[in-house]
Design a protein around this ligand. Structure first.
Ligand code: PAF
Length: 285
């Protein structure tokens, strides 16, 4: 596996691959890799001739300076996992390499970003869209891989790809979970032992919501029950729990068929913020 640190080196390498007719898969990450990332890399390796994985803790998408400062950074351990998973080239740029000067570009995704993560993390999706656009331009992938845990991010990137005519296929994979249901996340490494014990309650809250919807309970009462369930857990400070249309991400008041809905949650366990979601099809209710 090759390690590329400059944008020019990545561009030269991927241009060469393109000339040779090789299909390129891209897996953008911020590192501190877990099995969720590795499944994306393995899928990219199975479906493409070469795989680029980027590891870049992108400062422009952090609205909270402590979150940026404390985000786990483990480049050596990550690199050791990537070769066996099928990565051909690891792109590991510095902040200066990605942003030689401050980016002035501003994206507006309208209603897609006025809810949930977008509403609670001002500027977050502007930073995501900026860095993902840069990565797409530099590596010109045929396919790009993202995890469904970041459901709203996927919706934003889908819009970005459509609006800017990026010539690539967007591939998403279901959330990978620990044995107790906790969604795998790089931020899980920052949980204290106590917080780690409580963290699966987020998944349990989502499961409760799904169960109640399956019992045909009204959306408002499902929300109330889930909020009550979470309120019993002192260690969890809820930021939001939403039942939203999985495509538009707008809150739904009632389920209509055929509709796919997403139950989405964001909460703090001490100083660590976690998100999770479950999808459910109204057709199956
Ligand atoms: O999901 C992530 O890890 C990041 O938001 C991404 C897509 C790599 C952009 O920095």
């Amino acid at each position: 596996m090759e390690i590329l640190q400059s944008a020019a080196a990545l561009q030269a390498q991927t241009e060469k691959w393109r000339r040779e007719g090789q299909r390129i898969g891209l897996v953008p990450t911020m590192g501190a890799l877990h099995d969720g990332h590795l499944r994306l890399v393995q899928a990219a390796a199975a479906e493409n001739d070469v795989v680029v994985v980027s590891i870049f803790v992108n400062p422009t998408q952090f609205n909270n300076p402590d979150d940026f400062r404390l985000y786990p950074r483990l480049p050596e351990a990550d690199a050791a996992l990537l070769g066996p998973a099928g990565c051909t080239a690891l792109f590991l740029p510095s902040v200066e390499e990605m942003y030689p000067e401050q980016s002035k570009l501003r994206f507006d995704f309208g209603s897609l970003e006025q809810v949930m993560e977008g509403a609670h993390r001002p500027g977050h999706f502007n930073g995501v869209a900026t860095v993902v656009s840069k990565l797409f331009h530099l590596s010109r992938p045929h396919r790009a891989y993202f995890g469904q845990k970041d459901l709203q991010q996927v919706a934003i990137i889908r819009q970005l790809v459509a609006d800017l005519s990026f010539d690539l296929e967007l591939i998403t994979f279901p959330t990978v979970r620990e044995a107790d249901g906790l969604a795998m996340s790089s931020r899980n490494r920052r949980l204290s032992v106590e917080a780690r014990k409580k963290a699966p309650q987020l998944y349990k809250a989502l499961q409760l919501g799904v169960r109640l919807l399956e019992e045909n309970r009204p959306v408002a009462s499902v929300k109330n029950e889930v909020l009550q369930f979470l309120a019993m857990e002192e260690a969890i400070t809820l930021e939001y729990f939403e039942i939203a249309d999985a495509r538009t991400l707008q809150t739904v008041e009632e389920l209509t068929q055929p509709q796919e809905v997403a139950l989405c949650i964001a909460a703090w366990l001490a100083e660590v913020r976690l998100i999770d979601n479950l999808l459910i099809s109204a057709k199956s209710l």
